[in-house]
Design a protein around this ligand. Sequence first.
Ligand SMILES: [Zn+2]
Length: 65
Amino acid sequence: MATQDTHAQETHATATDPVCGMQVDPAMAAGTSEYQGTTYSFCSAGCKRQFDKDPQRYLEQPPQQ
Ligand SMILES: [Zn+2]
């Protein structure tokens, strides 16, 4: 039985889109940006574009859940 992976609690790493606060799977992200050594993942190209325009704005005021 080599199927132990199927139902193991695989930690599906998610990242938070700093623009809209959505949980984004980095592997499925529409775009990523690196800023000050940290890689951010975005749910859409639009969010990435907003972040790229003014990254500091989104990092200083993380969206409320
Ligand atoms: Zn987004």
